[in-house]
Ligand binder design. Sequence first.
Ligand code: UDX
Length: 400
Amino acid sequence: MKIGVVGLGFVGLVTAAVLSSDGFEVIGIDVDPEKIRKLKEGKVPIYEPELEKYIRRGNPEFSLDYTLLRSADLTFVSVPTPTVDRNIDLSFIFDAVGKISGITGSDIVIKSTVVPGTAKKIMDRIPNNVISNPEFLREGAAIHDTLHPDRVIIGGNNAELVERVWSFTGAPAIKTTNENAELIKYASNAFLATKISFINEIANLCEQIPETDVDTVATGMGLDRRIGSTFLKAGIGYGGSCFPKDTQALMSFADSFGQEMKIVRSATEVNESRIQRFLDRMGAFFENLSDLKVLQLGLSFKDNTNDSRESPALNLYYKLKDRVKQLTVYDPVSKVEGVDYCMDLEVGLKDKDAIVIATEWPEFKILEKMDVKIPIFDGRRILDPAKFKKYIGVGLYEQG
Ligand code: UDX
């Protein structure tokens, strides 16, 4: 089977890499000449563990030329669907499907996150059959998640070909309407965001009550199979290219029906208050923040990625920088222009008055093996509090 992939961002590149390495003939198309040039030279334009290996193994073709899609049996579309003025912007989708339909009459599979009704709107404009096949991969674990998804959601008519493509994963397939498939993606992301905000509120409570620790509470809750243990890690909030954008798009979409998503709104409000709460705790600990030299560990929105889009860590950096004397960041891979960096954690530690952990990179656990005397503010709860003289962690009561 020959497969086209239009839009070579995270989802598109990973899809192209995994399907080509599974034996499909894959043609990846993007409108960015620089990206295509790099890919043709064998360079991967994003940081994602294992992606380069899978691209090398599958060797998909990369091109700017949509006409190569003429021979494709089906084409996946994974272009961005940004939120503009609180609403989803579908212009990249309509542009891409218009171009594809000008070349081929074969099926188009929408991987991008789109609000319910979008596939039908596309089919009103073009003659091709449109199938909805939302993507649930996490950055930093994208190859793993594509090879081993919990489920495959396929919405629309004549879905057998798409089902066949993903059959190698062995995951259960749900075949349903386009609209259900589209909504399953939003409902899943909004639920996960809510789960995080829920535990973050419990963390706020734990910070007030001696002898409580949100991590222990989360472990105790998570063992109940009805609740589940994942996405119960308290911290400085969720970020990235999906949760903030998708919760916003879902609320606006619901609004258009006069339907308020109260729980999702509360989840976003809790999330937006995380950085201020963390700063308030730092402010309560030190008499004067403006005398401090601080080392911030982490800038990406989570570990195993260099992505800092909507990153709570980057947000924290901008807010903290104005309050302290000096703020230096160490992150294993994420770099943002204008941020003061050090290239080595140990060098960065010299002459500092405090450490802030902003991203859950496992390698920051090295601090447990060092004789750290300055206070640590653990915004991601990755360290063992017992290993430090002065440890202030999210969701942990601070002993005086
Ligand atoms: C998410 C969804 O998980 C994925 O299914 C969807 O396709 C895209 O959006 P991603 O944004 O890559 O994936 O990362 P994820 O691992 O979900 O983390 C999102 C944010 O939540 C990160 O900032 C992370 O630090 C935070 N998080 C996650 C928590 O604060 N606590 C948790 O328990 C889990």
